[in-house]
Design a protein around this ligand. Sequence first.
Ligand code: GTP
Ligand code: MG
Length: 542
Amino acid sequence: MEVVRRAEIVVQSPALLDGKNGNDWSQEEDDSVEEATLPVSPIVIESKRVDSPPLVPAQRYHEEVESNLQELQLEKKEVKLLEHEEIEDPGEKEEEKKRHLNVVFIGHVDAGKSTTGGQLLLLSGQVDDRTIQKYEKEAKEKNRESWYMAYIMDTNEEERIKGKTVEVGRAHFETENTRFTILDAPGHKSYVPNMISGASQADVGVLVISARKGEFETGYEKGGQTREHVQLAKTLGVSKLVVAVNKMDEPTVNWAKERYDEIETKMIPFLKSSGYNARKDVHFLPISGLMGINMASRVDKKVCGWWDGPCLFQVLDSIEIPLRDPKGPIRMPIIDKYKDMGTVLMGKIESGTIQEGDSLLVMPNKAHVKVLAIFCDEKKTRRAGPGENVRVKVSGVEEEDILSGFVLSNVFNPVNAVFEFNAQLQILELLDNAIFTAGYKAILHIHSIVEESEIVELIEEIDVMKKKKDADPKKRKPKRKPLFVKNGAVVVCRVQVNNLICIENFADFPQLGRFTLRSEGKTIAVGKVVALPAPGNSVFAT
Ligand code: GTP
Ligand code: MG
């Protein structure tokens, strides 16, 4: 078994809004117009680390950048250790038959994410009995008896002492049809940037909710991480959600159908308002992560007589994620890099296929590189397609010349590199007394980019209530430019940054076209890129 730690890297983007329907972030026909108008809860994020892209990092982030670099050093060491482990040669043919899914575990602090993730590994044969016994002993010594299962994912001392995940834990397991990479995100609100990093690498989320009396309520209330994680996951591109109603074994729950139904009934409208299509994208099920019930096999009728649905493994194995085009243009946002007989770039391929020997371009610095080797998980492979988290060893560029947020792309169809773009934004929560107007400054998070930005022009406010009428171009009247907008508004505006950033229109590459705006540790708005300067230009023609 290997559980690989990743240093925290802020990666992100977000959200949202379908071109026709301001509140439907899922881009799919949703059946809940009235729910779309539910108040959107605030998203509170602690701004912990920032890797500002090109050129001069913003003054106020100097300290963070330095501490980031230290953390990156740490991560490099870990990755190198792995590399010196035996690298299996291709084994590719066998692997190619299986699809690969990145699954992130999200949810409020102490909901049981690490416990459930650990149990999943145990049940799939990744952890031996001796290790579990060792963890049981260690947990007892720390007066945290029930935490032993979480120790499979929580591998560092701080996490074990506090009983809280800090860094995103990473592990692999396989079922008959699928290779899974699981990412165990922290639930505590101080570590939301780490959660963002994990979620941005995943296609599927397992939202773990504690059914224990009082715990569901705390996680779900305003400011709780159940809400925040769901909204972030959606905006970060987690397209499917498995809602695991956990701790069903706990004495205050005791597999009560009423409690399960209550949670499902309360969660559904919220999930819809966050952009998930409750019928197509979300799957609820009851589990006990600690006891391993309804996970690898269906719950025994004697334990829970009313559940007729599948168990967690069955749900994960049957999840279908949108097909990505392996023949599409190559786009791999770089989340990290290090030197190792060449320059190694780490990231998730969002579009296209990268092959050994390829000549590619790193943008925005236009560095021509040649692909020397590709590693998927810890295995060497000749090619990797969309959705894969990879390390790509290249020649032709120095490690120092690459920054997080740069994008590996084709030579002849490179990613856009711009100083400005038009965006459709949904304002979630403005800080006290602030109004959203031209001149508003916030930190832009888009894929692995973190950059100071300014709203330079409000172009149009979109009236969500009149969206149907607006969708018909004949009925649509030209709008006056608004001077300001308030909380909850959906607005098209122009955003500028000081350094070149590599982004795409949401409609072309959703992962490179969704973003959040944050200020003072809070998410102010989520948005999508709707227009870019003409190809080859970094600013709009005047
Ligand atoms: P953070 O990483 O801090 O966000 O927490 P987490 O969601 O990873 O929770 P963790 O797995 O650390 O579990 C928190 C506590 O809940 C531990 O005491 C677990 O033993 C307990 N717990 C988790 N799952 C279950 C369950 O299914 N039943 C019961 N009874 N307790 C559980
Ligand atoms: Mg945890």
